[in-house]
Design a protein around this ligand. Structure first.
Ligand code: DC
Length: 207
């Protein structure tokens, strides 16, 4: 990539493969990557620690994002709760939009990137996978990082979170009209990444 401004928006429910695809595209095309879920997780973490949500969102610091305890089921649930607050979302908009306009290109993954944060994105994906597949993937990740949780609990957590994220009034999780639907249920990581890369390459070449 040159200094071109080029934005890839990747949305979808929890554990559908957004993050993996976003990181691979960013790496493959030399773009910057922002996992916007991490912003909400960092706010959720601070709320669990006792800070009011709007203060946490409007004073978010780099070190909040670098915490090692953001990838827990407890923080994921808190993130989904604070994310329903329109003031919290508003406090995080400018940072995300600035990031999206970085020279050299940017890939952002989340729930409302193609609809609210970057409606003008050059490429939009809405990544999904069936519930059981997503629960299995997230369960294996959590197990590998030492969490004690059952697959059934992970499935239940994911369903609660998806329902809340899709039903809220403020920037609900929904596919943008011009997003490419991408179901990763029956794809390996390599296949999903490969297909997404080809679609981005086509868009970069003016396709
Ligand atoms: O992507 P994730 O699972 O780390 O996101 C955690 C929560 O943050 C998710 O359940 C909803 C919220 N979120 C959001 O509302 N908007 C985004 N762009 C990203 C995440």
């Amino acid at each position: 990539m040159s200094d071109k401004i080029f934005t890839v928006a990747i949305d979808g429910p929890a554990a559908a493969g957004k993050g993996t695809i976003a990181r691979a595209i960013a790496q493959g095309f030399g773009m910057a990557h922002l996992d916007t879920g991490l912003l909400y997780r960092a706010v959720g973490r601070r709320v669990l620690d006792g800070t009011p949500a709007i203060i946490a969102a409007s004073t978010l610091r780099q070190r909040d994002l670098a915490r090692s305890d953001l990838r827990t089921p407890e923080v994921a649930a808190a993130a989904s709760e604070v994310a329903a607050d329109p003031d919290v979302r508003e406090a995080l908009v400018a940072f995300q939009r600035d990031f999206a306009r970085r020279p050299g290109g940017a890939v952002l993954d989340g729930r409302d990137i193609g609809t609210v944060i970057c409606p003008e994105a050059d490429v939009k994906f809405f990544v999904t996978a069936d519930d059981a597949t997503r629960a299995r993937r997230r369960f294996l990740e959590l197990q590998a990082s030492g969490h004690t949780i059952t697959e059934a609990e992970v499935l239940e957590n994911i369903r609660i979170r998806d329902t809340r994220d899709a039903a809220r009034d403020a920037a609900p999780m929904v596919a943008a009209e011009d997003a490419m639907a991408f179901d990763t249920s029956d794809l390996s990581i390599e296949e999903a990444v490969d297909q997404a890369r080809k679609l981005v390459a086509d868009a970069l070449n003016g396709g």
